[in-house]
Design a protein around this ligand. Sequence first.
Ligand SMILES: *Cc1c(COP(=O)(O)O)cnc(C)c1O
Length: 399
Amino acid sequence: MAPEMIYLDHAATTPTDPRVVEAMLPYFSERFGNSSSIYRLGRSSLEALDDARESVAGLIGARRKEIIFTSGGSEADNLAIKGVAFAQREAGRGNHIITSAIEHHAVLHSVEYLEHFGFEITVLPVDETGLISLDDLRAALRSTTVLVSIMAANNEIGTIQPIAEIGAICREHDVLFHTDAVQMVGALPVDVKALNVDLLSLTAHKFYGPKGVGALYMRRGVPLLPQINGGSQERRLRAGTENVPGIVGLATALRIAVEQMDFASRHCTLLRDRLIDGIAERISYVQLNGHRSARLPNNVNLSFEFIEGESMLLLLDQQGIYASSGSACTSGSLDPSHVLMALDSSPERAHGSLRLTVGRENTVAQIDRVLELLPPIVERLRSVSPMYKQFTAQRAVAT
Ligand SMILES: *Cc1c(COP(=O)(O)O)cnc(C)c1O
């Protein structure tokens, strides 16, 4: 019999909650109408869209008109960054953008794209825990800065940035502030006003909603040029017939995530710390990547010396345990993670990394099973590691 599946890759995606699927179903069948049509069938879709928008806005402290539905987190990031950059330059405000070295590629590649169009980019470094420095940010601001984009919580190492403070600095200097909050929304309380943000990205499939649907919060009055042109949907800021089932799913998933947040964050923190402490007790030469306390409740990222994360993944997979090394988007490539490299870690340390991200449906028994299976896997890989052989030989000589 195949071993029980233990899914520990919630930062990559989450299973869609059955209640979310249930809420979406009518919008594939009897309520399939186009929300732009004026007959009743279309109006029923429009109402669902309005309700979803109202609900999502309310859950993050925004107004209905400040929510733009997109195809996910990547599109929300692209729309925020390119949309603001081009609108600001057109208004003669400047061409300088500030971001950080550990952003998701949806942000980093968007700013790199803008470089080809004459924008100037400053990429802020992070310290060994993954935090940017507020002094670095202040020093990087110019009179031509039109946008700062710093993620709320990192998808690989879980580090949480001081978003409200970053936002306050941007306000002081009259610079717009975008945050990719994809990993934070649904996991921790998010209030766009308290966070001092002008734009914020989120995506449903990271909080038990469907894939392919997300949203951008855009504070009223923020200048933004659409990046998908066509019909007048989403207040002319994002053309295309709305993904009504997906949007209903996003709103339902966010409502459930917020309702269960207290339980889920306590539960995940408990599982997270059981993993971190349990592995530290059982396995030597392991380091925690990221910040010990300014950390997402569900994130464990560890570097195991002398071995490759990819090899660990394969052996864990054979046991039905699904984890990740680095980020899912770059797995398959042999380049070390840009996030781990930005922490000043060696390529070896980056290659030896394993990310385990827990979710509300994981159990203590599952964590204990991982704690039982992981040590022999690490031992087996180290026993065939030339680096480990060299290390133990040197140690034998030294003692
Ligand atoms: C997953 C993720 C994205 C991309 O979201 P998609 O909906 O998959 O496009 C962007 N940013 C972060 C931090 C993520 O974790």
